[in-house]
Write a protein that binds this ligand. Structure first.
Ligand code: HEM
Length: 204
């Protein structure tokens, strides 16, 4: 198994957000997803908020490619999730125009709009990494008869190799120490926003 370069940005991102991952993973909404007990209305709300975020994240990533040619090596469009979310939401008969951002999503969208390309990659990292746990969640939901699972399991059996490639491609870019610092801060802030968003979805 390929390991993360201990000097690389991916090792810094993992270590710098390990505590926040533990918090995010233990949220009641995540528990309801992983044991398959989430109801359809709450699942729809979860996907709707993720859709608002991914739409902004991926438009911002498209723009970032134009000002930072290093991003091309990451093949990011192949990882985008907006269309997958739209497929799931259409299957659940959700009117996209009716989705309003909760404060956690609003906060994330603001930071996406202000982010430099490197900072944006700190945010992107959190959502890309979240596909690892999401694959487990999708298995639980599938057993409960949920079929709108494109977002939670976009790559199927390819999940592991795609994640390994993302890690090594990120490490292959020479990010400056300042860029690495801002990436880690952005990833930490993203985890915090997601945790508060997931609490608001669960409470609603
Ligand atoms: C039920 C909830 C969750 C479970 C069970 C879970 C599980 C996992 C697992 C097993 C990995 C390790 C993948 C590997 O290296 O082999 C992982 C990685 C990761 N997860 Fe989660 N996760 C959950 C929720 C989340 C949430 C809500 C987020 C953020 C939105 C998140 C973001 C990440 C990130 C960024 C990584 C990559 C860590 C690294 O750099 O190696 N996870 N998760």
């Amino acid at each position: 198994m390929t390991s993360t370069n201990p000097q690389g940005v991916m090792a810094r991102l993992k270590a710098g957000t390990a505590a926040q991952h533990a918090v995010a993973e233990s949220k009641p909404l995540e528990a309801a997803l992983i044991d398959g007990s989430i109801g359809q209305a709450q699942y729809q709300k979860y996907l709707g908020q993720r859709w608002l975020i991914h739409r902004e994240l991926e438009s911002a990533t498209d723009r970032a490619h134009k000002i930072d040619s290093r991003l091309a090596s990451l093949n990011l469009p192949s990882l985008y999730q907006t269309k997958n979310l739209e497929t799931d939401l259409a299957q659940l008969k959700t009117n996209l125009n009716s989705i309003q951002p909760l404060p956690g999503a609003q906060k994330l969208i603001q930071s996406i709009l202000q982010a430099s390309p490197a900072t944006l990659m700190g945010i992107f990292y959190v959502f890309e990494g979240s596909k690892n746990g999401a694959r487990y969640i999708s298995k639980a939901l599938k057993e409960k008869g949920v079929t709108a699972l494109r977002y939670l399991d976009p790559h199927g059996e390819e999940q592991r190799p795609i994640w390994m490639k993302f890690r090594s491609d990120m490490d292959a870019i020479s990010w400056s120490p300042t860029e690495q610092d801002s990436m880690v801060s952005a990833a930490q802030a993203t985890f915090d926003a997601i945790s508060s968003l997931d609490d608001a979805i669960h409470a609603g």
